[in-house]
Design a protein around this ligand. Structure first.
Ligand SMILES: [Zn+2]
Length: 140
């Protein structure tokens, strides 16, 4: 097993893993920064206060590449109950498997983007008890 830097072309705002020297027993380090605005990941109730920091590794087995990455960023969200803005640290791990086929590089940017959009669909509250605390205030 050998560790090598592959990597990602930051200018293009993509995370690509190059197949050139990638042997079956290799584990490549994946490390990149992505601009969330360019990836169209922002919404009325969610903006990115930092770039997306991506760290992880890629392994290859025959025709399949497995990529495990941790994605970190600083977010500002709007609570869907009280409409207050609050900050949150995004820190989430994702795993992708992809057939390599004839490609010389595998671009996981779309996988990452879709995974982050799915995360967003979870309910967005400023705190676990936002609902009850607001009801309490209204009743008093
Ligand atoms: Zn709230």
């Amino acid at each position: 097993m050998q560790k090598t830097d592959n990597l990602a072309n930051m200018n293009e705002n993509k995370v690509c893993i190059h197949m050139g020297q990638f042997q079956d027993s290799d584990v490549l380090r994946v490390s990149s920064e992505l601009d969330a605005k360019q990836l169209d990941l922002e919404f009325d109730d969610l903006i990115y206060l930092s770039s997306l920091n991506i760290e992880g590794e890629a392994a290859k087995s025959r025709d399949v590449i497995t990529v495990k990455v941790a994605v970190k960023a600083k977010l500002e969200k709007k609570c869907s109950r009280c409409l207050e803005l609050f900050q949150e640290d995004l820190d989430h791990s994702f795993k992708f498997r992809e057939e390599i086929g004839q490609r010389m590089e595998v671009d996981i940017t779309d996988h990452l983007r879709e995974s982050l959009l799915l995360l967003r669909e979870q309910k967005c509250l400023c705190s676990d008890d936002c609902d009850t605390s607001k009801l309490w205030n209204q009743n008093n």
